[in-house]
Design a protein around this ligand. Structure first.
Ligand code: HMG
Length: 324
């Protein structure tokens, strides 16, 4: 044990005593949405096999991630990394139903491809006209019209629908986006039948002040159905989440190892890392239902496949203690 700092030995003691495992037995106070297999992989240079993507999702589920965005049914010409998502879901047919698997769907055709293991779908709009054009090749109004039949078919199939509003703070092409515009698109998605709307800081530029101002656009009732989705380009992800919690938000999107990025938002780095969010939340006594150590196993698995280091500070710190 020579060379181990007091903190490291404390961490190892926590591991020995099963500290993190015991936490899983209590009811989560914060609902985590793991977007690694979709947002995390959609921007990578390497396109992984169906089997590797499915194994990654199984490891996340076994760590306690109960809500996972597993892929997207978009054009493979636009996002080749998400090709064969249908087969990924088929591989997961036997995954226990306690794990909700979500698929991103841009249009009716996407929903028609969704096999039975898809438990929920997510549609994605934007608060910026230019980003909407670049990302899904239509205006904001056209996108909402495109989503209407998707919501109707989802209702027939009894599939809940989550909505996204990208560029909730700023757009890579237009700069600052007004909170009022974000609220308008968000409320349209609620009116159309979305059960939850996730506000995306797509390029990760938002500061705590801007996050607070954005969330203050919404009533307490609306905030119960709002999630936050921060990319961490400027290192503001965790502090923005803290402000969001203070504002009454209880659903947080994140990506294991801090993977992620949108191919149509150049320069944006990955999502805030799930490991970092868990470390903060657990340290605040807020339960998530996820076992941090098993999550780090999943991070190590996926980073090895992608041939890159983790972007999570917590993940890197834990990996360092493992190699001692
Ligand atoms: C929306 C479209 C399809 C419109 O694309 P389009 O070119 O306007 O549509 P189209 O209807 O003319 O179709 C073009 C081709 O795509 C095919 N196609 C059409 N629909 C589908 C489908 N569902 N699945 C598979 N293929 C499809 C269609 O068959 C055709 O094939 P072709 O005839 O050329 O061989 C395209 O723009 C697209 O796929 N965009 C995907 C964009 C994307 O996935 N972006 C990343 C996710 S969003 C994000 O990351 C942000 C978020 C959510 O994380 C939150 C945040 O951080 O802000």
């Amino acid at each position: 044990m020579r060379g181990i700092t007091p903190f490291t030995s404390q961490l190892q003691k926590r591991l020995r005593t099963g500290h993190f495992v015991r936490r899983r037995l209590t009811t989560p106070a914060v609902r985590m949405v793991e977007v690694g297999p979709r947002d995390g992989l959609q921007n990578e240079l390497v396109t992984l096999s169906v089997q590797d993507r499915a194994q990654f999702i199984r490891m996340l589920a076994s760590a306690g991630c109960s809500y996972i965005e597993a892929g997207s049914f978009v054009s493979p010409k636009w996002v080749p990394q998400m090709a064969d998502t249908e087969q990924v879901f088929q591989e997961l047919e036997n995954l226990p139903r306690t794990t909700t698997l979500v698929a991103l769907v841009p249009n009716l055709r996407g929903l028609e491809q969704a096999p039975s293991r898809v438990n929920e779908i997510a549609i994605f709009a934007a608060a910026s006209e230019t980003f909407s054009q670049k990302n899904i090749n239509c205006s904001i109004t056209e996108s909402l019209e495109r989503f209407r039949p998707v919501l109707e078919m989802a209702a027939q199939k009894q599939l809940p629908v989550r909505g996204y509003v990208s560029c909730a703070i700023a757009c890579p092409y237009e700069g600052a986006i007004s909170s009022a515009q974000v609220a308008t698109v968000t409320r349209k998605l609620f009116e159309m039948g979305c059960c939850q709307v996730s506000l995306g800081d797509t390029i990760g530029v938002g500061t705590p002040y801007e996050t607070k101002r954005l969330l203050q656009e919404f009533s307490d009732e609306e905030k119960k159905q709002i999630a936050v989705h921060f990319h961490d380009t400027y290192g503001q992800g965790l502090v923005n989440i803290l402000v969001s919690l203070e504002q009454g938000i209880t659903t947080i999107d994140s990506s294991v190892a801090g993977l992620g990025g949108c191919p149509y938002a150049k320069g944006a780095s990955g999502n805030v890392a799930t490991e970092d969010v868990l470390y903060m939340l657990h340290g605040m006594g807020l339960e998530t239902g996820i076992d941090l150590m098993k999550l780090v196993d999943a991070a190590e698995f996926i980073c090895a496949l992608l041939g890159k280091p983790t972007r999570s500070k917590v993940g890197a710190a834990i990996a360092a203690t493992r190699s001692i």
